[in-house]
Design a protein around this ligand. Sequence first.
Ligand code: OGA
Ligand code: NI
Length: 358
Amino acid sequence: MEAEAAAATLNLECCLPVPSVQELAIQQPEAVPPRYIRDHVVGDHVITVNPSSDRVPLIDMNKLVDPDSQDAELRRLHSACKHWGLFQLINHGAADESLRNMKKQAQEFFDLPLEEKKRWGQKPGSLEGYGQAFVISEEQKLDWNDMIFLRTLPHEIRKLDLWPEHPPKFRETLETYSEEMRKVATSLVRSMAMALELEAQEISDAYQEGLYEVRTTLYPPCPEPERVIGITQHADYSGITLLLECGNIPGLQVLKDGQWVTVIPVDGAIVANIGHIMEIMSNGIYKAPDHRAMVNRFKERRSITTFCFPSSSVKIGPAKEFTKSGTPPLYRTLTYAEYRHMFYNRRLDVPFIDMLKI
Ligand code: OGA
Ligand code: NI
């Protein structure tokens, strides 16, 4: 990204319209347009298969709730959140049918003609809708993806004028899907709170009444996959994020001890990661990991990410249990409105978490 654009503080909800990557890929260009070339950040390789010692942890939700296995699985969860900030969750309890339907709707939506998708396009001043995230200047390098981003819960925050009416089942499927993700998030944060020895009920209630945003992303095939990035390196501003892979195509990478580790999709699993709010609440015990997505030469990849936030009435700050014994808070405490405002009015060249540290 151009230094000037990155250094400026801009409202990131105001997206500049950019071409559809999917349309670009359909034309099967031999080379990638310069706006997408990221040679200096991609690093030495695209998708590497890691040695098994580097596999991201696998956590079993059944074991987290079964009294016989709970203690041991909570320890594994704690370690995964501390050392990776990302893991694959199996037996998560979300209805298979809902996940299947959501994947199908996502595919059918992106398969629609461009003009139809554009009916649900982002409007000036809002990130919601079909388009691309955080495009603030004409010079900025672009990610190799198209997406549709919608706030789904609580019901009152929905902007239904941006919810696709095609495919016909999209709306009800997204609605059911976000309810399922809320169930998973509520249960998972309860376990995290237990692992951190915090008041679990209060935290799971906050996510039961929380805010949920769903981003469905399409990564079209790319003639020069080693020169582009699907999603730029970032950490999520959520409490936790739940990612559903729509196929078996690797793309997501997590930064672990300075190395990019590819997340190999596990059938039936949901990828969960820590977001900034959980990092702050744990006073830095859990870390929101940097991650990015790479793309494939021949295959299109789709993913569905749900950003899960506690209720907007909850203050965002280190839990009192961590600070009352005299440990200094490492992060500021903010209202949800202040936190959101800071996120959407930040410089893109400074990690957001650094702005929240004391
Ligand atoms: C995100 C994200 C990665 C992926 O939506 O925040 O990191 O693999 N997505 O789609
Ligand atoms: Ni992310």
